[in-house]
Design a protein around this ligand. Structure first.
Ligand SMILES: Cc1cc2nc3c(=O)[nH]c(=O)nc-3n(C[C@H](O)[C@H](O)[C@H](O)COP(=O)(O)OP(=O)(O)OC[C@H]3O[C@@H](n4cnc5c(N)ncnc54)[C@H](O)[C@@H]3O)c2cc1C
Length: 372
């Protein structure tokens, strides 16, 4: 069986450091998860390639980890896999063309601030998202009306099926809302990502109402100096517990735990009817619904959770896993939660929303060794 295969020799790989102590609780922002068979800290792209090739050839299960901010991992040992921790972190910028390249292990928010310091616009709305540059294409990260698909040109990939390394255009990744064909499949490892940014230093068009209002923008789609937009985005994110702060348990999470459901228009209508019957016409009229192409509508997971009766901080003092006290869409570890506590809370919320509105919420993070 694959998962009982012995770990191949890895200690002769340049740029790879073997670590037998680190747990997934140490590596993830949920701060839960068992000790893997081994963690291989890869300081160069070549070390990532060689480590993954050897593990795959030996049939040893592996988990690629960047910043650990979108992972929920089982905490019961044995966790029979090897963690490949991506630590190559170089960033290069061409100020005249606006091309920025980041190695996969670069801290994403540092990439954003580097781009702004070079006078480039385009990443400002994605300020404050935790994790690594290499993970940004994996779920097409997005926030405040922008997503990585807007600026990503290509990625340098290690294809795990063939073992080949090549630059692949962003169009080959099927990027869509919180999705790419890398997510859930682990078919390839991102070694480096390239972005085409704006050289005039202006932001992407402001598409998110709350952000535009805070900036006093007079029309949708206005552009502002990118550095100014970053500051407001960071401020808004801090208010929602969406910037990592050590010791702040509202940020011991994976950010938004559920994706916004995309449903056929008639389902959205029936949800609105249910809201009307249970909460009244005014609530029903205020239900957020956004066109999502071809007769589809995107609903707000946070709004549905809230209206299903889950308040911030649910289920209350003393519970080891709770909804964030600042945002109902984030499930959080208050310090002592187990993976099971977080899974139980996720089920509770998912089932409550389903009972109230007939909508099944889907989790956004990647689950390893556990399931909903
Ligand atoms: C407080 C908070 C706020 C957040 N806000 C947002 C937000 O606004 N928008 C948003 O989209 N997300 C948000 N997230 C989720 C998360 O930060 C992003 O998904 C981020 O891109 C994950 O990066 P990471 O390096 O931490 O990935 P990890 O958690 O390490 O990995 C996530 C998945 O990607 C895979 N992976 C990681 N690196 C690579 C690589 N180099 N190649 C191939 N696969 C890889 C892993 O195997 C795993 O399957 C938030 C999370 C937190 C904790």
């Amino acid at each position: 069986m694959a998962d009982s295969s012995p770990t191949p020799v890895l200690n002769d790989i340049d740029g790879a450091v073997l670590d037998e102590q680190t747990t997934l609780a140490d590596l993830t922002t949920f701060h839960v998860g068992a000790r893997p068979r081994l963690t291989v800290r890869c300081r160069t792209q070549d070390a990532v390639v060689e480590t993954v090739r050897r593990l795959d050839a030996a049939g040893v299960p592996l988990l690629v980890v960047g910043g650990g901010s979108n992972l929920l991992v089982a905490d019961e040992e044995p966790l029979d896999l090897v963690v490949v921790l991506i630590e190559c972190a170089g960033v290069s910028v061409e100020e005249d063309t606006g091309l920025l390249r980041a190695e996969a292990g670069a801290v994403w928010d540092e990439v954003v601030s580097t781009s702004l310091a070079a006078g480039l616009g385009g990443l400002e709305c994605l300020s404050g998202i935790p994790g690594s540059a290499g993970a940004t294409p994996v779920q097409n990260v997005g926030a405040y009306g922008a997503e990585i698909a807007d600026v990503l040109t290509r990625v340098r990939l290690l294809d795990r099926e063939t073992g080949e390394v090549s630059w692949v255009p962003a169009s080959a990744l099927d990027l869509s809302y919180r999705y790419s064909n890398l997510k859930f499949t682990a078919r390839a490892v991102v070694l480096e990502a390239e972005f085409q940014l704006r050289t005039d230093g202006l932001s992407a068009p402001l598409r998110f109402g709350e952000l535009a209002r805070r900036l006093g923008a007079s029309s949708a789609g206005e552009r502002r100096p990118a550095a100014e937009v970053r500051e407001v985005v960071l401020d808004l994110r801090r208010g929602k517990g969406m910037v990592l702060i050590p010791g702040d348990h509202d940020t011991w999470s994976a950010g938004s735990f559920f994706t916004n459901p995309i449903v056929p228009a008639q389902i959205a209508d029936s949800v609105q009817d249910k809201v009307r019957r249970s909460l009244g016409a005014e609530e029903a009229e205020s239900m957020p619904r956004f066109p999502a192409g071809e007769g589809k509508v995107k609903l707000s997971a946070a709004w549905l959770i809230d209206r299903a009766g889950f308040d911030r901080g649910y289920p209350g003092e003393g519970a080891p896993a709770r909804l964030s006290t600042r945002h109902t869409l984030a499930l959080t570890n208050r310090g002592e939660a187990s993976t099971g506590d977080i899974v139980a809370l996720a089920r509770d919320v998912r089932d409550g929303v389903n009972r109230a509105f007939g909508v099944r919420l889907e989790p956004e993070p990647i689950w390893v060794g556990c399931s909903l």
